[in-house]
Design a protein around this ligand. Sequence first.
Ligand code: SF4
Length: 341
Amino acid sequence: MLKIDILKKIADAGLVGRGGASFPTAQKWAAVSDALKTKKLGYIIVNGAEGEPGVKKDGYIIANYPEEVLAGVYLADQFLGSVKIKRIYFFLKPEYYQKYAAGLKKVLTAKKYRALGAKLEFFLKPPDLTYIGGEETALLNLIEGKKIQPRLKPPYPTMSGLHNHPTLINNTETFYNVGRVAGGKYEEDRFYTVSGAVKRPGVYKLPINLTIEEVLRQTGNYPRSPFFVQTGGEASGEVFNSLQLEQPVSGVGSIMVYDLEKTNRRKLLKYWLKFYHDQSCGQCVPCREGTYRLWEMINKPELDHKLFWEIVFALEETSFCGLGSSLPLPLKSYFNNIVKK
Ligand code: SF4
């Protein structure tokens, strides 16, 4: 397939990244391709190590559609000029590797994929690393064996990524979608993870842009008792009450359902704050100190509300990367949409 063809197909299909940021896929591929005009080599990273708690779609896709995922990776390699792509890293959680690598390796034995398989390397996420390992530039540092923390951007990985060479980083679902687009099988759908206080938790393939309510109803998961939801991940996602479900499921496409009466509110806040405190890489003061102070405060019998929200505001405004600046989202939406209602 001609380079221009695949790029046009991806653009026409409106594909966006499915790792959470929703960046247009065609734009990212074109940026790496442009950068490779003046650089001798580049890299591809397939991110299949979803670090956000409550999101399971990447594992589901790799388990059920290994061929489509690798078809997308193959097209990326061809599009960028295969001889220039030195290595392809398939980034996975250890448990995903144990369960699903055999399926991927089997696909790579096909004649079409042998050259691809020769330069594809599985790279396993350290077990204690979750969220920050998914930040693109922190992932570059991890693979390079450096301290795992985000880099200053720009330059973006498309221009200067792994070992300072142009690097295409896409989520597993994005490569899957590219494979489907190229094969004329893309149906404007996406994968939703539904979990929590529901009858049928799991990963569902449904049309894109469904509202939260539509996903819950179409999957037979609309609760009977009072509830609230968190979309976009069990840690960094936004919280909505049951009268606010008329909006599309954004980000990584997850919906966590909480029982309104049975959920222990203090425990939930502690869960979020512990997650962020544990995951902070410590590079910048607002996040390093802020997540520590918030975690300390929530463990005291009385919460100093004024100081609590001042720290949350500081995290939102001054954190170096998306980890610190995303903490206010669950906290603020939870207080505004659930506690105050
Ligand atoms: S916001 Fe947190 S995770 Fe991000 S660079 Fe600062 S300390 Fe590290």
